[in-house]
Design a protein around this ligand. Structure first.
Ligand SMILES: Nc1nc(O)c(N)c(N[C@@H]2O[C@H](COP(=O)(O)O)[C@@H](O)[C@H]2O)n1
Ligand SMILES: [Zn+2]
Length: 364
């Protein structure tokens, strides 16, 4: 790793600390280095607040003269909620600017880099570009598609089961559950479930985040026939904004009762496969929702998959074997008819072979 990569990695790590906090803006980190010494650092903390570069220059003061600026996203060139950073960079006295990746925002899109280059400052673009684009995959997707970034998340047992034959699931335990139910949600604007999850009274829909942190994302419920019970927990517990997606002709009196509970509605047309999800995504983006975590089990995931609307998969594999009707439990070859309880195993390693992964596990 050369010096440029070293300082850009630091800027990326700084940027990542604000993941989920800057929506709809990107996460951005900036590091100013003078004579091999870090003179200033900065991150973008929240939309509407100063950009990462502003904080870094404030910290560096006169040490910016003749220094190098490392920034994970092209300095902006437009007046959004804050003035253009490219002008600040131009006047800062820095000798060199290293940018991880260009800003796809049509308001910027290379203009920030041109302003800096036209001032005679040396600019290098593309250091750790892939890492920077992965870090801002949600923002880049928004800029390129005007739609929310959709994350499909599901949990399964080692033998690929999502639930017992009675439909009981909840296989992720411990750290996996904490990450999947709390920490992931802390980074997204909204979670989306089908009405089935609400009817199953899934407690995780009204789970408050662990003490000391995080946000309860907006709860989006697909409910084309407006079957949601008035006494459902998601209606009664208002620790998060709840949006119900249904059809325009849903029963007005029931909607009024739900509105009294703070429920908001989004109306989308229904086609042969169900609610028009593409239309829904466009509506959600107009409401400022920049990413959505699908928490609605296989039904919801399958419907988004069919529409080609999933942008990322997060698959949690629990160290359990479920077996199930006429399935083989891999490690014994035993033919298992049905099983209500999962058998515990312990993972001993995950390796990749080209495109394939291999998990090694042992019965406990
Ligand atoms: N280079 C850079 N550093 C930051 O810290 C940023 N937040 C951005 N964001 C870019 O500017 C747009 C937002 O501008 P305002 O915060 O509204 O002024 C955002 O869409 C990005 O293009 N860039
Ligand atoms: Zn800026």
């Amino acid at each position: 790793m050369n010096d440029d990569q070293y300082y850009m990695k630091l800027a990326l790590d700084l940027a990542a600390s604000a993941k989920g906090k800057t929506n709809p803006n990107p996460v951005v980190g900036a590091v100013i280095v003078k004579d091999g010494v870090i003179a200033g650092t900065g991150i973008h903390r929240k939309a509407g607040e100063p950009h990462a570069e502003v904080h870094a220059f404030k910290m560096a003061g006169e040490y910016a003269e003749g220094a190098t600026l490392y920034v994970t996203l092209e300095p902006c060139s437009h007046y959004g909620k804050t003035p253009p950073c490219a002008n600040l960079v131009r006047e800062s006295g820095v000798r060199r600017v290293v940018v991880a990746t260009q800003d796809p925002n049509p308001e910027v899109a290379g203009r920030g880099i041109s302003i800096i280059k036209d001032a005679g400052i040396e600019v290098e673009v593309g250091v750790l570009e892939k890492e920077a684009q992965r870090l801002n995959e949600r923002f880049i997707h928004n800029m390129l598609t005007d739609r929310p970034f959709v994350i499909s998340k599901y949990a399964m047992t080692l033998d690929g089961k999502l639930a017992t034959h009675t439909g009981h699931s909840k296989w992720i335990t411990g750290e996996g559950s904490r990450h999947s139910v709390h920490l992931l949600r802390d980074e997204v604007d909204a979670i989306l479930v089908g009405i089935g999850t609400v009817l199953a009274d899934d407690p995780s829909l009204t789970t408050r985040l662990p003490e000391g942190g995080g946000k309860n994302p907006i709860r989006i419920i697909l409910d084309s026939e407006l079957r949601v019970p008035l006494d459902a927990k998601v209606v009664q517990v208002s620790d998060a904004k709840t949006l119900i997606v249904t059809q325009e002709n849903a029963p007005a009196d029931k909607m009024d009762l739900l509105r009294e509970k703070g429920i908001e509605f989004i109306f989308v047309p229904k086609n042969e496969t169900g609610l028009n999800l593409k239309a829904l995504m466009e509506e959600l983006y107009k409401k400022g929702i920049t990413d959505v975590l699908l928490e609605g089990g296989s039904e919801v995931n399958a419907s988004f998959l069919r529409e080609g609307l999933i942008d990322k998969y997060l698959i949690y594999i629990a160290p359990k074997l479920l077996g199930g009707r006429n399935s083989l439990t891999p490690y014994t070859g035993m033919n298992v008819d049905t099983m209500d309880e999962a058998m515990d195993v312990s993972f001993s390693g995950v390796e990749t072979f080209g495109e394939d992964i291999r998990i090694t596990a042992y019965p406990k």
